[in-house]
Design a protein around this ligand. Structure first.
Ligand SMILES: [Zn+2]
Length: 496
């Protein structure tokens, strides 16, 4: 009979044996560098072109062709390393990783084996835990083999030679939540420093997981690799499943069921992992130094130039938004999660001088317009509203020209048509009514027959006024200044 396994923080506890299981997990992430051309040739890295249209003698592995390192790829890789506080080696080298597959025309992949360009570093998670990096190395991507045509396999080499960085964590990940948070933070950093677009749907970010479990106080057991994880949610789900599968296997006491060193694939439809192949040992690849490329050298001045190009990183931005701009941690999170959104916010906050209002308008209205059919925008930069447009709206509300509720109508119109705030206000006649006699008329009408409320207010229960403000606002078509309405109602009642 299988045991019930319950979570106690980062420990999994068996109800049957009481064994407390610990998880040891490391993540390997491949990120595509955001270069215009490939790692060792001048072919463009564009996505979605006709098969084999972005190829040349170098990336198709033709005899006599020679690779030349793309400096921009090295620069981006170094920037990513600096952003996570890693050590960049002044000297590293490329190696050939030998294997045969139809999508790898040279019969080897150029990678870095024993001398990666970067080691160490780490990422602090919101939970306070730190995930250390073991290393990051540069390598070229393989092409793509398409097997879904019956007995034929098609090969597209557009992707072959695309620059990647592969980052490998220490085994510091102890839960599915850690894995999710780490990947989210890593992706954010890569995008912030401009090293990668990190779009998982385009395969620009790929993640593999190594996981094993062992009873508290014992040594590590056999680790299993899980691949085919195409979203962070899938990583967390696969990890959860794999942890439980391994614990159940050990708990069964049946040694034939114990985890073996292998690669498993995550099936996102059935929510299970299945065995793909037993894991090759590293020496199967017969690595040796790439003879066609000189060693990679990073001079102190190159390093400093790259450091100078680093923007303020997400964690620092979050802290500043909360401490200096007075935003809530939640709002800071929402804005910082996307660098373009954070940049938009900063510009609108600076122009208007009102960061809190800028944050509210962006998180409540502007972000809602993304992915919306009416605006057709998928990123904030696609929207017709720019930071100075939003700042103008914020000022109109702050000056009392329009009410916040009217402001919502205005921003929606701005987002759809790109019309300036003041123009929308004028066209829709949304300017607040400040005229005292007009406001008094609406207030007198609202007071009719409301003797109970009048009595309450006279008794000092000012809260009762709330029930009268609504009808006045309605009568004015949302254009009355609610602050003035409140004052007039109070005066009329106390005078009566
Ligand atoms: Zn090429």
């Amino acid at each position: 009979m299988s045991a019930t396994i319950e979570r106690d923080g980062d420990v999994w506890v068996s109800s049957r044996t009481g064994t407390r299981w610990h998880v040891v997990c490391g993540l390997e992430v491949h990120a595509q560098l955001r270069t215009r051309t490939k790692l060792f040739c001048g072919c463009e890295t564009s996505f979605g072109d006709p098969p084999n249209s972005r190829t040349c003698p170098v990336c198709t592995g033709q005899p006599g062709s020679l690779p030349v390192l793309n400096e921009e790829a090295l620069a981006l890789a170094v920037r990513a390393a600096l952003a996570i506080g890693a050590d960049v080696a002044p000297w590293s080298k490329f190696d050939r990783k030998n294997y045969f597959y139809c999508d790898i025309p040279k019969n080897y992949q150029i990678s870095q084996f024993d001398r990666p360009y970067c080691t160490g570093g780490g990422i602090d998670l919101p939970s306070g835990r730190r995930i250390r990096l073991h290393r990051i190395h540069l390598e070229e991507d393989a092409g793509k083999a398409i097997h879904d045509r019956g007995t034929t396999t098609l090969v597209d080499l557009n992707r072959a030679g695309t620059p990647l960085i592969e980052s490998v964590t220490e085994a510091d990940v102890t839960s599915p939540e850690d894995a999710f948070d780490y990947l989210t933070a890593l992706k954010e950093i890569l995008i912030y420093v401009g090293a990668s677009n990190a779009d998982m749907e385009k395969g620009e970010l790929r993640c593999d997981v190594n996981v094993s479990v062992h009873p508290a106080g014992e040594g590590w057991r056999t680790k299993v690799e899980v691949k085919n994880l195409n979203s962070f949610r899938n990583v967390a789900a696969a990890l959860e499943h794999e942890i439980l599968r391994q614990i159940q296997a050990y708990e069964s006491g049946d040694e034939s069921r114990y985890p073996v060193q292998e690669t498993r694939l995550w099936d996102a439809d059935k929510l299970v992992t299945r065995s793909m192949r037993s894991k090759e040992a590293a020496d199967d690849y017969r690595y040796f130094t790439e003879p066609d490329l000189p060693p990679v050298t990073v001079s102190p001045s190159f390093l400093e130039r790259q450091r100078g190009m680093l923007p303020e990183l997400p964690a620092a931005r979050r802290t500043r938004y909360v401490r200096e701009l007075g935003l809530s941690a939640y709002d800071a999170d929402v804005l910082v999660a996307d660098r373009a959104v954070a940049d938009f916010f900063e510009a609108a906050a600076r122009i208007s001088g009102r960061p809190k209002e800028a944050a509210n308008w962006i998180s409540n209205e502007v972000l809602r317009a993304l992915g919306d059919a009416q605006t057709g925008a998928s990123t904030i930069d696609d929207l017709p509203v720019k930071p100075h447009d939003l700042a103008e709206l914020i000022e109109l509300v702050a000056k009392g020209t329009i009410h916040t509720a009217a402001g919502r109508t205005v921003i929606r119109e701005m987002l759809e048509s790109g019309t300036a705030a003041a123009e929308v206000v004028e066209r829709l006649g949304l300017e607040q009514v400040e005229d005292e006699s007009q406001l008094e008329d609406w207030c007198r009408a609202a007071l009719e027959g409301k003797d109970a409320i009048v009595a309450d207010v006279k008794d000092g229960k000012e809260k009762a006024l709330g029930a009268l403000i609504g009808p006045v606002m309605q009568a004015s078509g949302g254009k009355a200044n609610p602050q003035k309405v409140r004052e007039i109602l109070k005066r009329l009642i106390l005078e009566s």
